[in-house]
Design a protein around this ligand. Structure first.
Ligand code: SF4
Length: 872
């Protein structure tokens, strides 16, 4: 129930690049009720499960409450003085390029703007880069090569207006769920609409695909070169004036169909679908961008749309969807090391002079700075001597994460601004600065369709946390530039950014929001979502429909793409590891990990492995696999599935030293980057896989935080406690002592042993209520997790230590519908008992899938699996 005294606030979801509008209503008890904003054009009231659970991720838990210097609490003045003094001293002694900022696509545009202004205009270096480098830098580079600007030409509604939607390397169902829902709804309304998914892995998104092309990893450019050659062969070139057309066609003619790994009939069907109708949208994301040839892949896609002039008109165009909520805002302010503010070019002297003049900047960066991977290499070899990491966790998320963590640990001076006290990166900081988070700060974000929306403050800052823009401005002031960083409110930063965009617009930049020059605080408070550009010359809408681009001659620029595959495998590392996201978690889980329901969908890191690979390696389902690359090792739960192809396992990216230290998957990923964009190739790590010789497996629940100390552990949040998956290669002598240490409980447990089967079960009961329990087995523990979790804090029934689900508590199995807590077992029995054959029928019977809709692809898959079983 919401409280009538607390009105709703319109704000924006802080997770993915869809940028959904949220209605947040304080409940009067410190919590928030969350609903989709029906008036926001991005989501029209929809939210996925991550957005729906935002209310569970607020509060004091785990927060960094005060500045800290070398581990001790400090006041703000002391901390800011120290940061300013150490940065100034380092710059004075070693020059501007001896310092760096590593920032984040989670920052608000105002924060990003201030960080960029400080580094590029006042420190005089371009050593500011962002975790968006890991996400969509190849799209930026591809756009700039083709269009002459980093412009997303289309709008979300094009996905609904298209006759054919092609999704390349994009698991929308899990990574951009509301866009998936919009396409699914459009397809339901127009069944003739076609959806093609191009992905080596059979993802949840394939559920709505008319055609799934399980392409050979890295072969996207070959496929789109084949398409371009076919465009020419069928006489469909509509832009013969495009620069580089002949060279692009010549390269395309060399494409070899066999390199795609696709059956000829599937390839022919794709070409036909793409070419048959004008209204085709090609959506792409990390599967294309995160590659050593990501920029070429992007340009291979753009070539096809530009050659056919299927761009910038309703229902057609290439569409890069960004992973992060404000990757686009970061691009707009020049948050990437190779860009200047407002889409101006750092290598263009006139652009630099314009920005310098506008800022009154004393020392303008004159060349691009270090991109993320190179930046941490420079930290490693001590070229960077002072580093400020803001709102991101590179010790987990950077490729070669162990090496990056060592580099940060070895840096002379490291500042980390973060909401959370304990992350793999905050542990390495000399100075920790507490930052406000979602719900506590005011600013703007830009989503993947160029729509700028407000994030609004609806809660007071936690502890002594401050806004990132203010922290940066306070340090800039202490470094001697108080006048240029003297804003009192984020609306003033936004107004300055808008004014600079007017200067940029006059120089020909696509990014121009100069309608908002001089915006007042009151107008900023009520600012409605709007598409950029918004200026006297141009507003909103699509780009390039008139065939004119932002290149010097206005012509499209085709790029000759010589398709290159991923790095070769070697004998010692014969598997190519694909990495990506899961449905209910975000980045390194510092926020989504706080929500019990988001932790129930997939509660530990895993390795998806094809059955043939599993058989060859002697790996059983739910056992543990050691995965090793030249850069690091992981221990992962084995999930045997035909979703992945033989030789191409998949593992998710979210787990960290805080939640599963052997699941830090980016420790395995090589720091190989695309030569144009500098984006790492995160989807093709060569790895070796072997069984882990576990002496025992364990599953534990506890009302108090646990302290596991064994070879493998993974923690997940429960309502009122935690659960842990455990395993080790050695068996402790005394299970009681082991459990007491794990739970921090001195009391004697109830113990049930089955010596013949090697099973031990222990339960700690205090005042008749279950405080903690540990289940140990020589095999992966076969037990209803949901039943055990539900028993926490309740009377300990004999069924619990017997490992049986209580008669009054049927086993839900793995959670499918996080909104209503409905597990796979309940859904399967309802499908069978009530003969349910549609997702809607499941919704009517159980409510599953009727709120956020994130589980609808899984419900569909369960219906399909049930009918397959029934047919057998
Ligand atoms: Fe947030 Fe989900 Fe919308 Fe992305 S799709 S912005 S995660 S609610």
């Amino acid at each position: 129930m919401t409280h009538p005294a607390f009105p709703s606030t319109r704000t924006t979801c802080p997770y993915c690049g869809v940028g959904c509008g949220v209605l947040a209503t304080p409940d009067g008890k410190g919590g928030l009720a969350i609903k989709g904003d029906p008036d926001h054009p991005a989501n029209k009231g929809r939210l996925c499960v991550k957005g729906s659970a935002l209310g569970e991720t607020i509060g004091h838990e785990g927060r960094l409450l005060a500045p800290r210097i070398d581990g001790r609490e400090a006041d703000w003045d002391e901390a800011l003085d120290l940061v300013a003094q150490r940065f100034s001293q380092t710059i004075a002694e070693h020059g501007p390029d001896s310092v760096a900022f590593y920032v984040s696509g989670q920052l608000l545009t105002e924060d990003y703007y201030v960080a960029n202004k400080l580094m590029k205009g006042f420190i005089g270096s371009a050593n500011i880069d962002t975790n968006s480098r890991l996400c969509m830098a190849s799209s930026v580079a591809g756009h700039r090569r083709a269009f002459g600007s980093d412009t997303v030409p289309g709008l979300y509604e094009d996905l609904e207006l298209a006759d054919t939607v092609v999704l390349v390397g994009s698991n929308l169902a899990w990574c951009h769920p509301v866009l998936y829902q919009r396409i699914a709804a459009a397809k339901e309304a127009r069944p003739e609409m076609r959806v093609v998914v191009i992905d080596p892995r059979r993802t949840a998104t394939c559920d709505m695909a008319d055609l799934h092309l399980a392409i050979a990893p890295g072969a996207d450019a070959v496929l789109f070169n084949l398409l371009l050659a076919e465009i020419e062969a069928r006489g469909l070139i509509r832009d013969p004036e495009a620069t580089g057309l002949e060279a692009a066609l010549a390269a395309a003619r060399l494409a070899v169909p066999g390199e795609t790994g696709l059956a000829p009939e599937d390839l022919a069907r794709f070409l036909d679908l793409w070419l048959r109708s004008d209204k085709v949208v090609t959506v792409y994301s990390q599967g294309v961008n995160q590659s050593e040839s990501g920029t070429d892949k992007v340009n291979a896609i753009l070539n096809c749309h530009m050659a056919t002039r299927r761009i910038g008109r309703p229902g057609m165009g290439p569409f890069s969807v960004t992973g992060q909520p404000n990757a686009m805002g970061g691009r707009e302010v020049g948050g990437l090391a190779n860009m200047l503010a407002c889409h101006l070019d750092i290598e263009n002297a006139a652009h630099r002079a314009a920005v310098q003049g506008f800022w009154g900047a004393p020392r303008m960066a004159e060349r691009p700075g270090l991109k993320a991977v190179d930046m941490f290499r420079a930290v490693e070899d001590v070229r960077i001597k002072a580093l400020w990491i803001i709102c991101t966790n590179p010790a987990v998320s950077m490729p070669e994460a162990d090496r990056v963590a060592r580099a940060i640990a070895g840096c002379d001076f490291v500042v980390v601004s973060d909401m959370m006290a304990q992350t793999d990166t905050t542990r390495l900081a000399h100075v920790l600065l507490p930052a406000t988070g979602w719900g506590e700060k005011d600013g703007t974000v830009t989503n993947s369709e160029r729509r700028i929306s407000r994030q609004r403050r609806l809660l007071p800052p936690v502890g002594r946390a401050r806004d990132d823009w203010r922290i940066l401005a306070d340090v800039a002031g202490r470094m001697g530039w108080r006048d240029a960083f003297s804003w009192q409110h984020p609306s003033e930063v936004f107004a300055e950014h808008a004014a600079l965009s007017g200067v940029a617009g006059a120089l020909g930049s696509d990014f121009d929001i100069s309608d908002h020059v001089g915006i007042t605080r009151e107008d900023y408070d009520v600012l409605r979502p709007f598409l950029w550009p918004q200026s006297a010359q141009k507003r909103g809408g699509r780009f390039f429909g008139d065939g004119r681009y932002h290149t010097p001659d206005g012509r499209a620029r085709m790029v000759a793409v010589a398709a290159r595959g991923p790095q070769p495998l070697d004998e010692a590392h014969p598997f190519r590891l694909n990495t990506g996201r899961v449905r209910d978690h975000w980045h390194t889980m510092t926020r989504t990990g706080l929500s019990p329901r988001l932790s129930r969908h997939l509660a530990e890191p895993f390795l998806e492995l094809h059955p043939a690979d599993a058989a060859r390696l002697g790996l059983q389902a739910a056992s543990l696999a050691e995965v090793e690359s030249p850069h690091g090792k992981a221990l992962l739960r084995v999930l045997i599935t035909e979703r992945v192809a033989p030789g191409h396992p998949f593992a998710p990216i979210h787990w960290s030293g805080e939640t599963a230290p052997t699941g830090r998957i980016d420790a395995l990923v090589q720091g190989v980057t695309d030569p144009v964009s500098g984006q790492p190739a995160s989807k093709s790590a060569p790895v070796a896989i072997r069984p882990f010789a576990a002496a025992w497996y364990g599953f534990a629940v506890s009302r108090q935080p646990m302290k596991p100390d064994c070879d493998y552990w993974a923690l997940a949040r429960l309502p009122g406690g935690q659960q842990a998956e455990l395993a080790s290669g050695t068996t402790p002598e005394d299970w009681v002592a082991e459990a007491q240490t794990l739970f921090g409980i001195a009391a004697e447990p109830l113990v049930v042993r089955d010596r013949r089967r090697g099973i031990t079960r222990l339960a700690f009961v205090v005042d008749g209520q279950l405080q903690a329990a540990l289940f140990v087995s020589p095999e992966p523990v076969a037990l209803s997790r949901s039943h055990v979790a539900a028993a926490l804090g309740e009377a300990c029934s004999p069924d619990l230590l017997a490992g049986r689900a209580g008669a009054d508590r049927p086993d839900e199995g793995a959670l499918v519908c996080a909104c209503f807590g409905i597990g796979v077992n309940r859904i399967l029995s309802a499908i069978t008992a009530q003969d349910l054959v549609t997702v809607e029928a499941i919704g009517a019977a159980l409510r599953a899938g009727t709120n956020c809709g994130s589980c609808r692809p899984e419900l569909k898959a369960l219906i399909a699996a049930s009918s397959r079983i029934a047919a057998e």
